[in-house]
Design a protein. Structure first.
Ligand code: ARG
Length: 459
């Protein structure tokens, strides 16, 4: 049985249940390589400050290299008796190199150590996520480019509203993901600061050089208050909030894919490799991946609530509550990374059915606003044209046809301002072409936005 670093203080060991309850090594061991990176920087700083000898530093480097090799080879036995990743690694180091291993923790506490490890780990996750968001944006841009002219109904209230292009619809998600990437990069600035040197809570009596440690670890700055450095997890909450928004955006897209793939809508098909069948109904092909993304968005939002609630009401400085930050944080990053990966691939496996989309536009009086705008351009006040077109739509509906199918004579019964040129605005293509301004759905605007995004992603 491994004895604790603090066994001298206690007269009896904790029970097995307490040991299991308080240990975090079963999940925080994934921080091991970041923990070692932090320890090596700390040791180098102690050496530079004259606190640790050259021989000790060399021994620590050698021992840590062996430990990394052991971990990668699966030869590291994580012990629950040693509670967490930090004490497991430190004990293994001491077993390997003796007293030099025991000197590593000089001027340091697990409190600043764990805060440093999480920041190093989270920084790497954010960097991966930013790349994956860009990959998903690229696959959406490819789809948008193929369908810059493809007419589909735009909806409000899930009722047919006005024609848009499928490309324009995809670009809406490219915009959302662009803001998501910005939020991730912005959050990274606050993640990328060094807690080490705060020690347990008040700093240390050793002549440390925190800026040197920060520089070695690639941190932009140090945390400037030792109490704050060890106790706040706001950076983790901020990341989880940003991750929640990505998941919410992908949940909205998932909901649309599911709806569009329903045979009652039939706008798209999703490649078989992202769907599953039914164990009882032979005909089924279910959009499991988007459904799971929609479901997993709830899980990530749940982690956000867990972390905010964890932080709330903790007095300064470190409290053991903070050990509970890891599982929600890890699962948030894992879920988001897997979701982004699978989504980029899934969007390449979407088949668009332009005929079904166009038919839906023609059934929904989607160009009614275009007729109202046409009358305004001929001199009628908008509120009057709105009324005229409403009556026209009612008539067309009774006849079971689209307004573009009504004869000129029929249309002129509603307003004599209507002339032959009206038909060019009543087709879906005419409607799209007229919305030719920045942010509009006209196909050349869609192409312009695609080019803008591509330049941004390349730059
Ligand atoms: N395993 C702990 C955590 O995850 C490390 C810090 C523990 N410090 C302490 N004094 N109990 O937060």
């Amino acid at each position: 049985q491994d004895t604790h670093a603090w066994s001298g203080r206690f007269s009896e060991p904790v029970s097995e249940l307490v040991k299991k309850y308080t240990a975090s090594v079963t999940f925080d061991n994934r921080l091991a390589e970041f923990d070692i990176e932090g320890s090596l920087a700390h040791a180098a700083m102690l050496n530079k400050s004259g606190v640790l000898s050259d021989a000790d530093l060399a021994a620590i480097r050698d021992g840590m290299a062996q430990i990394i090799a052991d971990i990668r080879a699966g030869n590291f036995d994580w012990s629950v008796d040693l509670e967490d990743v930090h004490m497991n690694v430190e004990r293994r180091l001491t077993d390997k190199i003796g007293d030099a291993g025991k000197r590593l923790h000089t001027g340091r506490s697990r409190n600043d150590q764990v805060a440093t490890d999480i920041r190093l780990w989270l920084r790497a996750q954010i960097d991966a996520i930013v790349v994956l968001i860009a990959e998903l944006q690229t696959s959406l841009l490819d789809l948008a480019e193929q369908h810059a002219d493809t007419v589909m109904p735009g909806f409000t209230h899930l009722q047919v509203a006005q024609p848009v292009t499928f490309g324009h619809h995809m670009l809406a998600y490219v915009e959302m993901l662009g803001r998501d990437a910005e939020r991730m990069s912005d959050c990274r600035k606050r993640v990328n600061r060094l807690p080490l040197g705060a020690a347990a809570l008040a700093g240390t009596t050793f002549p440390i050089d925190r800026h040197y440690t920060a520089q070695l670890l690639g941190f932009d700055d140090v945390c400037h208050n030792s109490l704050d450095a060890v106790s706040d997890r706001d950076f983790a909450i901020e990341f989880t909030a940003a991750a929640s928004l990505v998941m919410v955006h992908l949940s909205r897209l998932s909901e649309e894919l599911i709806l569009w793939m329903s045979p009652r809508v039939g706008f798209i098909d999703i490649a078989d490799r992202f769907c599953t069948g039914s164990s009882i109904m032979p005909q089924k092909k279910n959009p499991d991946v988007p459904e799971l993304v929609r479901g997993k968005s709830g899980r990530v939002v749940g982690h956000l609530i867990a972390l905010v609630t964890l932080m709330k009401a903790q007095p300064l400085a470190y409290n053991k509550d903070n050990q509970e930050d890891k599982e929600p944080l890890f699962d948030t990053a894992d879920t988001l990374i897997d979701t982004l990966r699978i989504y980029a691939d899934m969007m390449r496996g979407i088949t668009v059915k332009p005929d079904a989309m166009r038919a839906a536009v023609l059934q929904g009086f989607a160009t009614a606003t275009d007729l109202a705008d046409y009358l305004v351009k001929k001199g009628m006040p908008f509120r009057d044209s709105h009324e005229v077109v409403a009556l026209t739509v009612r008539h067309a509906e009774q006849q079971g046809v689209d307004i573009a199918d009504l004869s000129l004579d029929t249309l002129r019964q509603f307003s004599t301002l209507i002339e032959q040129d009206v038909y060019s605005v009543l087709t879906p293509e005419g409607s799209l072409a007229q919305r030719d301004h920045v942010g509009g759905t006209a196909p050349n605007q869609v192409r312009f936005q695609i080019a803008r995004h591509r330049a941004r992603l390349a730059g």
